[in-house]
Design a protein around this ligand. Structure first.
Ligand code: ZN
Length: 243
């Protein structure tokens, strides 16, 4: 990895070790002294465009492994990448996730500019604007993978459980969120184990099932041009568990 592409954190560490100053007089040899973290994608040349849904899934898995291991490569974050994607985008995955501030897709999958087509609503609740955006990504931008991403201790699912157990009503349009998540909570009651964890996972699978009823997506899935997958993010470890 060229030294000017190293993450800032690594540059500071090298400066502290005196390696950076030595590198100013022997630039090529200094770069070879740095062992790049494993699994980091090459930044020497642009990555090929992904059209295979399973390859897109692999990229997400690998990026999350880097995030969990604190070995992020921060790919596609340079000014040159900004210039490249200013002319057009070809993201490889749509992420439908929750608005929760602790689950930012680009960070947890270690990706950069132009990589992910991100839609976030509380509890990844669908409405026509959300489904239309996902359809647009799949049909117009030819994004091969749609990932519905739930997460541990989701506040929207937890609030729905609490409202169903109590007698209160959700104000404003929060009621629409509760209404959408309620079937997942009801289904979770029939399962052994933790109610919230089960409701979160069922909410993901139900969202996927609803998306599959889209005629636009169904046709692309039938042609092998798109795939819908589900996953749950662990707030404590940073790991994404694919369902
Ligand atoms: Zn949430």
């Amino acid at each position: 990895m060229p030294i000017d592409r190293l993450p800032r954190r690594d540059l500071l560490r090298l400066a502290g070790l005196g390696i950076l100053s030595a590198g100013l007089t022997a630039c090529s040899s200094s770069a070879s002294m740095v062992t790049p973290p494993t699994l980091v994608p090459s930044t020497a040349s642009p990555e090929p465009v992904v059209t295979d849904p399973n390859e897109a899934l692999s990229r997400l898995r690998e990026g999350n492994q880097r995030f969990v291991a604190d070995k992020e490569g921060h790919p596609n974050s340079s000014p040159s990448r900004r210039t490249t994607v200013a002319a057009g985008q070809q993201p490889f995955a749509t992420i439908l996730g929750c608005v929760d501030s602790r689950v930012p897709p680009e960070l947890i999958f270690d990706r950069g500019l132009g990589d992910l087509f991100v839609i976030r609503t509380a509890g990844h609740t669908l409405d026509r604007a959300v489904t239309g955006s996902i359809e647009f990504g799949a049909a117009e931008l030819k994004i091969p993978l749609i990932l519905v991403l739930g997460h541990e201790r989701c506040g929207a699912v937890k609030a729905t459980i609490e409202l169903l157990e109590g007698s209160g009503e959700a104000p404003g349009d929060i009621a629409m969120l509760v209404e959408a998540i309620t079937p997942a909570v009801e289904a979770a009651h029939a399962r052994p184990g933790d109610l919230l964890d089960n409701a979160i996972e069922i909410n993901v699978t139900r969202t996927i099932a609803t998306l599959r009823t889209s005629s636009v997506l169904a046709e692309l899935i039938a042609q092998g041009k798109a795939k819908i997958a589900g996953a749950v993010y662990d707030l404590d470890t940073g790991a994404v568990r694919f369902l």
